[in-house]
Ligand binder design. Structure first.
Ligand SMILES: Nc1ncnc2c1ncn2[C@@H]1O[C@H](COP(=O)(O)OP(=O)(O)OP(=O)(O)O)[C@@H](O)[C@H]1O
Length: 257
C-alpha cells in the first residue's frame, strides 16, 4: 500500500476540471466529470477499457477538445488558449504514452537529446549531456545510453520513455497505462519508479490504469470512472469498500485467485 506523500499541498490545485463532457458522434464518453489534482499528488484514474480514461488525459493535455466543461491546468483554461500558449503549457506537461513512443532509429542518447534540442535551444551540449545523464540515472538505466530501443526489454523501454518525458522537467506527469504488457515484477519496478519520480522531481501526476496492483502501489488518491462519471473516490481501500456490484466485479476480476 502506498504511503501518502507528505509533500502534497492541498491548497494548491494544479488541475481543476468541472462538468467535463465529451461525445464522439452520439456516443457520450464523458458525461460530466469533476476532478482536482493537488500539487505533489499521484492521482490514479481507474476504469475498464473504453471508459474514456485516455480521452480524459488527452483533453487535459490539449490534444482533444471538450464539448463542455471547464479545464484548468496550472492556472490556465486549456480550451481558451491560443495554439502558441497551448504549446507553452504542454511543455509543462509530461505525457508518458502506453507504447513508450521512442524513435527506433535513434539511440537512447539521441532519443533523450531530441526534445532538448527542439525545446531548450539555449542549452549547450555539456548541459544537455548532464541532463541526459541525470534522467538516465533517475530511471536506473545509465548503462543503456548508447543502446538502440530494439535492444531494450519492454520494462527498460518504459523507463526510457519516462526519462524522455522527464527531461523537460514537467510539473505534471500523465501516465497512460504505465504497466500495460509488463510482467508483475517489472510492473512493480515501474510502480516504484513512478513514486520515485514523484519524490525526486516533485511532480503532480495522473496515472490511468486498470491494473489494481499499480493503483494500490502509486495512488495517493484513486478515482473510478464508470459510465462516463467518477462514481468512487478516496484512498484505494475507500474506493473498494462498497456494495456497488460494478466496483466489486472490477476488484474481483483483478485479484482473482
Ligand atoms: N478520436 C476518437 N474518435 C472517435 N471515438 C473515439 C476517439 N477517441 C476515443 N474514442 C472512443 O471513446 C471511448 C473511450 O476511449 P478511451 O481510449 O478513452 O478508453 P480507455 O478508457 O482509455 O480504454 P483503454 O483502457 O482500452 O485504453 C472508446 O469507445 C473509443 O472508441
Amino acid at each position: 500500500m502506498k504511503t501518502l506523500n507528505p509533500k502534497i499541498d492541498k491548497s494548491s490545485k494544479v488541475i481543476a476540471i468541472e462538468g467535463l463532457k465529451k461525445a464522439f458522434d452520439d456516443f457520450e464518453v464523458l458525461k460530466g466529470v469533476d476532478l482536482e489534482l493537488y500539487q505533489g499528488e499521484n492521482l490514479v484514474v481507474l476504469g475498464r477499457s473504453g471508459t474514456g480514461k485516455s480521452v480524459l488525459i488527452k483533453i487535459i493535455a490539449g490534444l482533444l477538445r471538450p464539448d463542455e466543461g471547464m479545464i484548468n491546468v496550472l492556472g490556465q483554461e486549456v480550451d481558451r488558449l491560443t495554439p502558441k500558449e497551448l504549446d507553452r503549457l504542454r511543455l509543462k506537461i509530461g505525457f508518458s504514452f502506453q507504447n513508450s513512443a521512442l524513435y527506433d532509429s535513434m539511440t537512447v542518447y539521441e532519443n533523450l537529446e531530441f526534445p532538448l534540442v527542439r525545446h531548450m535551444k539555449e542549452l549547450g551540449k555539456a548541459d544537455r549531456d548532464r541532463s541526459i545523464e541525470e534522467v538516465l540515472e533517475a530511471v536506473g538505466l545509465s548503462q543503456s545510453i548508447n543502446q538502440m530501443p530494439s535492444e531494450l526489454s519492454g520494462g527498460q523501454r518504459k523507463r526510457i520513455g519516462i526519462a524522455r518525458t522527464l527531461i523537460l522537467r514537467p510539473e505534471i506527469m500523465l501516465y497512460d497505462e504505465p504497466t500495460a504488457g509488463l510482467d508483475p515484477i517489472t510492473s512493480m519496478d515501474i510502480n516504484n519508479l513512478i513514486n520515485e519520480v514523484q519524490r525526486r522531481f516533485n511532480t503532480s501526476s495522473i496515472i490511468i490504469t486498470h491494473d489494481l496492483t499499480c493503483a494500490r502501489a502509486v495512488g495517493d488518491r484513486v478515482v473510478m470512472l464508470l459510465d462516463g462519471q467518477f462514481q468512487r473516490q478516496g484512498t484505494f481501500d475507500e474506493v473498494f469498500a462498497t456494495t456497488d456490484e460494478r466496483v466489486k466485479a472490477f476488484y474481483n476480476y483483478n485479484f482473482i485467485d
